[in-house]
Design a protein around this ligand. Structure first.
Ligand SMILES: Nc1ncnc2c1ncn2[C@@H]1O[C@H](COP(=O)(O)OP(=O)(O)OP(=O)(O)O)[C@@H](O)[C@H]1O
Length: 261
């Protein structure tokens, strides 16, 4: 079954300079099967976040339709969780209370919330930090807490907008490993945005490459490699280099700088 589907989706925003509507994305068609992890890569400003916002029901498409779990998305839906570069933890709540937030809104009993939150925090290597406040944690630990909070509501679909881009390289790789493992074990569907080409290859079943604004999908690349549940090992495969090279060609990385010289 297709868990996420975009049918001829376009989105226009009013241009701040001209006051006229201007297309941010155009004619986007994509289908993501249940349990698949798909990454979107593309130049800055091509509309990646706009696509994710439409998937989450935060923006409505100007044209076309978005479906999640077979249902048309017209407002934020419960089965979709969003994770951003900023952890958005509430500073006045403990880490456990932050993880419990979504379950609290859903009306889950306190005992059940605590069991689920503590289990997820342990999986995210935050055992012993349940009673700490966000300011007492490092950036990487806060992002782990944000991941635990995202998973606590047991969403069908995860929309991840550059969740690790603010982290240092080593912390990022460890978090990718945790995320990949959990997505694999729980058979979650995920749509992931990143500027990091190796991260995209290491984590995904498939990549969608977007053009410059107005963004549309110009290429689909199936990552026919093992070890999706273990990106630390997948990174070491010899196919990674050539795949990265192909993506750099598609994104014309370095071409503009070369022209300047
Ligand atoms: N709410 C808005 N109002 C007006 N213009 C917007 C709005 N949101 C996005 N845009 C414009 O739409 C285009 C696509 O933005 P978007 O943030 O989706 O791109 P992106 O590919 O995620 O960028 P980046 O890689 O830099 O994060 C940009 O030119 C942006 O300025």
């Amino acid at each position: 079954m297709n868990e996420i589907e975009f049918r001829q989706v376009g989105k226009r925003f009013v241009d701040r300079q001209t006051g006229e509507p201007r297309a941010a994305v155009t004619d986007v068609n994509l289908s993501i099967r249940s349990g698949e992890v798909v990454s979107i890569i593309g130049p800055s400003g091509c509309g990646k976040s706009t696509l994710l916002n439409m998937g989450a029901g935060l923006y409505l498409p100007s044209e076309g339709e978005v479906y999640v779990g077979g249902q048309r998305v017209t407002r934020p839906v419960r089965k979709v969780a969003f994770m951003l570069q900023k952890d958005l933890l509430m500073p006045w709540r403990t880490i456990r209370a932050n993880v419990e937030l979504g379950m609290e809104i859903d009306g889950a009993p306190a005992r059940e919330r605590k069991v689920i939150a503590d289990e997820l925090l342990a999986k995210c290597h935050l055992k012993g930090f349940e009673e700490h406040y966000p300011y007492q944690l490092s950036g990487g630990m806060r992002q782990r807490a944000a991941l635990a909070r995202t998973l606590a509501v047991d969403p069908q679909v995860l929309l991840l907008d550059e969740p690790f881009s603010a982290l240092d390289a080593q912390t990022k790789m460890v978090l990718q490993q945790d995320l990949a493992k959990m997505l694999f074990e729980k058979r979650k569907t995920a749509l992931f945005i990143t500027h990091d080409l190796v991260e995209a290859i290491a984590l995904s079943d498939r990549l969608l490459v977007m053009s410059e604004r107005p963004g549309t999908i110009i290429e689909e690349i199936v990552i026919d490699l093992p070890l999706r549940e273990n990106p630390l090992e997948r990174r070491k495969l010899p196919q990674i280099g050539p795949l990265q090279g192909r993506l750099m060609e598609l994104l014309k990385v370095g071409k503009e700088t070369a022209e300047l010289h």
